[in-house]
Design a binder for this molecule. Structure first.
Ligand code: NAD
Ligand code: GLY
Length: 372
């Protein structure tokens, strides 16, 4: 990996023949040198959305122009509510209408929604074509662009249809975070905070000390956060690519969070907001199971709140709120035979997957949700 000026951080994902590099630096995505490692092909398709395309698509197109003789572009509608079969089909339409062959490279230019859908399209078009992640949200740079989880939502459950399919390369251009709305930056911080209690308490200390500089988009702070998150995710994914065990810890806060997203309707709360609140609930469950003390729950709650995220859950059903959460959580991919499994903190910096009695989960939901 080369760069004309400045330093570039590199994190490697070790997965035998599916290994790849995450490059992290400013001024990366529009530099043709960033893509020098990619194999030759005649065509490429840039996938972005109605918000990201006007900001960055032309510059990416210019950077790729010399590499591909046929460069196509598809612009998807923006939003979690469009992470559907219908939108996915727009990518297949573009590939087929342009006669794209099985060497065509897909470039996902956008946040996690564009990245997840482009990856799934790449996994399934002609049974698999190469793809590159160019994440432009903090959430996508620290989490979704790395590790090969791709997919779409189903009305009955989040990310229920998809495939494990690794990109060839991830290009995290820190400059793209300058145009991110503040609410989206906070949503990304939820996934940053996540890595502390599950894997690295020293990183949690660092986030607490730098939360204001992160919110102010200090370039050095953002660079460190993205790199450390990618290192932790690389360590986890390299050991457990297909989530047969360890990888589940990356879902800390997500079981409650996915219930919030599905229960409110996708897009009402941002994914990161739901995860932030879900982490408060998961930490509280860990304390009620006697695994960690209440001080850690308070510490996390304070940090999540400082990051600009909600820490009180929404009411999903006025007559039986906890029952509705439980019903939605039974659809979680980690559930087995209808039994919900939660990522809990076993000890500061260590997490695991386990069940919990419904009565205890109800207590957590009652304590963590708004009252009518
Ligand atoms: P997103 O993709 O919806 O992006 C958030 C918003 O920011 C969108 O409106 C987008 O158009 C806009 N945007 C993107 N980049 C921008 C930029 N640089 N400047 C201005 N606006 C910009 O949301 P997200 O938070 O990036 O991703 C959430 C999705 O990621 C969810 O669907 C979630 O399920 C998925 N996810 C996947 C994984 C995984 O491992 N695959 C992990 C975590 C989350
Ligand atoms: N974001 C969770 C995972 O990649 O496994």
């Amino acid at each position: 990996m080369m760069k004309v000026s400045g330093t570039i951080s590199q994190v490697d994902i070790e997965l035998q023949d599916r290994s790849y590099t995450i490059a992290i630096a400013p001024s990366l995505f529009d530099d043709p040198l960033s893509y020098a490692v990619l194999p030759r092909a005649s065509s490429a398709l840039i996938v972005s959305n109605t918000t990201v395309a006007p900001l960055y698509a032309q510059r990416l197109q210019a950077a790729l122009q010399g590499k591909y003789s046929q460069l196509h572009h598809v612009v998807l509608p923006d939003g979690e509510g469009f992470k559907t079969w219908e939108t996915l089909n727009l990518i297949f339409d573009a590939l087929l209408q342009n006669g794209c062959d099985r060497k065509t490279v897909l470039f996902a230019l956008g946040g996690g929604v564009v990245g997840d859908m482009t990856g799934f399209a790449a996994a399934s078009y002609m049974r698999g074509v190469p793809f590159v992640q160019i994440p432009t949200t903090l959430l996508a740079q620290v989490d979704s662009s790395v590790g090969g989880k791709t997919g779409i939502n189903h009305p009955l459950g989040k990310n229920m249809i998809g495939a494990f399919y690794q990109p060839l390369l991830v290009v995290c251009d820190l400059d793209t975070l300058k145009t991110l709305p503040a609410r989206e930056l906070s949503a990304g911080l939820a996934e940053v905070i996540k890595y502390g209690p599950i894997a690295d308490m020293a990183f949690l200390d660092w986030i607490e000390a730098h939360i204001d500089t992160l919110l102010a988009r200090d370039p050095a702070a953002l660079a460190h956060a993205v790199k450390r998150c990618c290192e932790i995710k690389a360590w986890v994914v390299s050991q457990d690519e297909r989530e047969s065990g360890l990888r589940a810890i990356l879902n800390f806060g997500h079981t409650f969070g996915h219930a919030i997203e599905a229960g409110l309707g996708y897009g009402q709360w941002l994914h990161g907001e739901a995860v932030g609140c879900g982490m408060v609930m998961a930490a509280s469950l860990s304390a009620r199971l006697g695994l960690v003390d209440a001080a850690l729950v308070r510490r996390l709650t304070t940090l999540i709140q400082k990051a600009g995220l909600p820490v009180t859950g929404p009411v999903l059903d006025a007559s039986d709120n906890a029952g509705r959460y439980l019903e939605l959580m039974r659809l979680d991919k980690k559930s087995l035979g209808g039994d919900i499994r939660f990522v809990v903190i076993d000890a500061p910096g260590r997490a695991s997957l386990r069940g919990a009695p419904d009565a205890l989960v109800r207590e957590v939901i009652d304590a963590c949700c708004l009252r009518l």
